[in-house]
Ligand binder design. Structure first.
Ligand SMILES: [Zn+2]
Length: 379
């Protein structure tokens, strides 16, 4: 994967600029336990700022700062988080070469941020940024792989703890609490009260244990993770930035929630093993397909189908509940990103929507989805 990045000769390319932009704006981590909740809408939907996510945003901001200097790129960070970012840079500039920042930079070179995957890495840590003992998460495994071993992961954890103590991150987070609250309530008012989570629940046919929407001022790329609790129930964690254009954000919220519902799809696809490779030609049209940060081609296929479904189901939820024209605009935009079969997939999902007796939940429709992609590959 690293070699691939090198081949792009990133430091002189548009791709690099894009990556740095993403780095600055991207999201980080989700949580294993709900902490720092600032607003609770009901028992299942929580909207809050998360200390770990914000710390990772600080690390990323400094890493981006370093990379920008190195590459001579101009900054292009505007909007509501501008002051917040300046505050981070001014407050923590002296620590921009801390080992924790350097490791984030290194991981950045390994696609850390392109898929919002950095968000999932928080699941490897607890509130004190220590590794969860005995918890083998996808995030922890991924980090072990990327950092080069379990010892390196433990060292990384120590670096993060050290960094947060040196910069007194606790105080920084405290100091900005009213800002987080304001943003959180804003999102709450615009998105949650409108019943958007309920639309998604109805669409997929079952309630998860909780929906944790983590508001992060510097995040634009959203990420979402599903985590199993001790009782085997699923909690969805969605990290999102601050909405500006309402309808776009509704769709993105649907999109991220959709990712929390694709567990059965991924499992069923994974069981197919090498057979999945025949689907590759159908998926290669996706612009960022080569970047999907996975270890195997099979995993890349699963990731691509997951993305297809998140896009298709979110525009369908939009069409059914909010606006057909906005939904269509969105679909056309996403098609241009290389999801060329999106419209047909939407039609396929309409079969699910109109036969809910037969398919009470989206999981029940998974075999049909897989058949859809298989048929595309054969045609
Ligand atoms: Zn997605």
């Amino acid at each position: 994967m690293f070699d691939y990045l090198k081949k792009l000769s990133l430091f002189n390319s548009k791709a690099f600029y894009y990556l740095v932009l993403l780095l600055v704006l991207t999201v980080s981590l989700t949580a294993c336990t709900t902490n720092n909740a600032t607003y609770v809408n009901n028992e299942k939907v929580k909207v809050f700022a998360d200390k770990r996510v914000e710390l990772f945003c600080v690390l990323q901001a400094l890493a981006a700062y370093n990379l920008r200097v190195q590459s001579g790129q101009t900054r292009n960070v505007k909007g509501v988080y501008e002051n917040y970012l300046s505050d981070i840079e001014v407050s923590f500039y002296n620590h921009k070469n801390h080992p924790a920042v350097q490791k984030i930079q290194m991981l950045f070179g390994q696609y850390l941020l392109i898929d919002g995957n950095v968000g999932s890495y928080a699941t490897a840590f607890n509130d004190e940024f220590k590794l969860h003992q005995g918890l083998s998460t996808e995030a922890a495994n991924n980090l072990v792989l990327r950092l080069g071993g379990e010892e390196q992961l433990a060292a990384f954890s120590q670096d993060i703890i050290d960094f947060s103590e040196i910069i007194d991150f606790e105080s920084f987070f405290e100091k900005h609490s009213s800002y987080y609250d304001e943003q959180t309530k804003n999102v709450e008012r615009k998105f949650i009260d409108k019943g958007n989570v309920e639309h998604a629940i109805n669409y997929f046919g079952k309630e998860l244990n909780s929906y944790n929407i983590i508001i992060s001022p510097m995040s634009r790329v959203m990420s979402s993770r599903k985590l199993e609790n001790d009782n085997g129930e699923l909690d969805a964690y969605i990290v999102m930035g601050i909405p500006r254009v309402d309808h776009n954000w509704q769709i993105v919220l649907f999109h991220e929630i959709a990712h929390a519902y694709t567990g059965q799809l991924s499992t069923t696809l994974a069981e197919k093993g090498e057979e999945l490779l025949k689907l590759v030609p159908t998926l290669e049209t996706i612009n960022d397909y080569p970047y999907y940060p996975v270890q195997t081609e099979e995993a890349r296929v699963i990731r691509a189908i997951d993305e297809y479904i998140a896009h298709a189901s979110s525009f369908r939820i939009m069409a059914l509940n909010i606006s057909k024209s906005q939904s269509k605009n969105y679909m056309n935009k996403v098609k241009k990103l290389g999801f060329v079969h999106l419209e047909e997939l939407g039609d396929k999902l309409m079969e699910y929507e109109s036969n809910r007796d037969e398919y009470p939940t989206f999981d029940d429709f998974v075999p049909e989805i897989i058949r859809f992609f298989e048929q595309l590959a054969e045609s």
